[in-house]
Design a protein around this ligand. Structure first.
Ligand code: AHM
Ligand code: MG
Length: 338
């Protein structure tokens, strides 16, 4: 459930109105969010005409995870970083596309931003939805003015804001600063993000499960049994769950937010710690889902309480409607092997 609005409010207006509710606010976080909004518009424009401008396809290099880098990934990375660099508020960026931390021009800037500039990039070539993800932290006060990776290793509960942009049948920007979730739809004729959903709430229970079932044979027993449970008749609706898996986390999470259900990327033989990255995929999307009333776990504990040890670390994730995630975690606890 969510609150629809009839009044036309742009992202920039909304951010300023929210800032005005805090008399002491410096406006820096608002500026940072507007910078991300601008970069999102530029990326959205290129995504929409990627085929024409020959941006589609592989760039030839591989990123820090050994995955092939698509040209649009690089474009999105550059746009986001230069938008953040421009307003001198962000001191450091950590991006999926860059091995180490990226120090920006404002070494005194108070924010640290994690980015997955273009998530789900294997879907680019086939014209399926992709997204950008961001996660914002405050830099901690330290004596040493030199920025190091350790400055960025903060648990997800310390995020001051997070969000995603979904380049789908329309472009949607969804974000939270810890006071609910708001969504904006890009009106291409105006070139503005317009508030479309205020105070997003995820259904408490849904009947969609979302997981790459190709790895079934290497899942832990509890997960196999949980998915079998979903395929049986659901007690609440009297019918089995539906399976939906887009393969772009942003799109799968957006559907989960709107319709409810569960998204899982578990550990498997191929990815013993799961595939998805804690800092720029799991934490920001967990913040959104929790703010909408859902839950995000790694199978045992809360995703946002994990103390990170490395900027690119991975984690298994069980995320979505409260009842679905609780049920999945119950299966994991009750069906351990051996
Ligand atoms: P990427 O950041 O390289 O695009 O990879 C992350 C994506 C997620 O969007 C998606 O949930 C997952 O990879 C899909 O992985 P798989 O193809 O193993 O199911
Ligand atoms: Mg990604």
């Amino acid at each position: 459930m969510s609150t629809k609005t009839n009044k036309l409010i742009t992202l920039d207006e909304y951010i300023i109105q929210a800032q005005n509710r805090f008399p002491g606010a410096t406006g820096e976080l608002s500026q940072l969010l507007r910078d991300i909004g601008l970069a999102a518009k530029i990326i959205s424009r290129e995504v929409n005409k990627a085929g024409i401008t020959n941006l589609l396809g592989v760039d030839g290099s591989t990123n820090v995870h050994g995955e092939s880098v698509k040209k649009l990934d690089l474009f999105a990375d550059q746009q986001m970083i230069s938008a953040l660099d421009r307003s001198l508020i962000t001191c450091m960026v950590i991006s999926e596309e860059n091995d180490g931390i990226v120090r920006l021009n404002s070494q005194g800037g108070k924010y640290i931003v994690y980015l997955d500039p273009l998530d789900g990039s294997s879907n680019i070539d086939v014209n399926v939805s992709i997204g950008s993800i961001f996660s914002i932290y405050m830099r901690e006060a330290r004596f040493d003015p030199n920025l190091v990776e350790a400055d960025a290793l903060q648990p997800g509960i310390r995020q001051v804001a997070a969000g995603y942009v979904l380049y789908g049948s329309s472009t949607i920007l969804c974000y939270t600063t810890g006071m609910g979730v708001s969504a904006f739809t890009l009106d291409p004729s105006l070139g503005e993000f317009i508030l479309s959903e205020d105070n997003f709430e995820i259904p408490d229970h849904g009947t969609i499960y979302s997981i790459n079932e190709g790895s079934y044979n290497s899942w832990e027993l509890g997960l196999k049994k949980y998915i079998k449970y979903c395929q049986e008749v659901d007690e609440e609706t009297g019918r089995p769950y539906s399976a939906r898996y887009i393969g772009s986390m942003v799109a799968d999470i957006h559907r989960t937010l709107v319709k409810g259900g569960i998204f899982i990327y578990p550990s498997s033989n191929r990815y013993p710690n799961g595939k998805l990255r804690l800092m720029y995929e799991c934490n920001p999307l967990s913040f959104i889902i929790e703010q909408a009333g859902g839950i995000a776990m790694d199978g045992l504990g809360r995703i946002m309480e994990i103390q990170p040890n490395a900027i690119h670390e991975r984690t298994p994730i069980y995320i979505g409607s409260k009842k679905n995630v609780e049920k999945a975690v119950e299966f994991l606890a009750n069906h351990t092997e051996g």
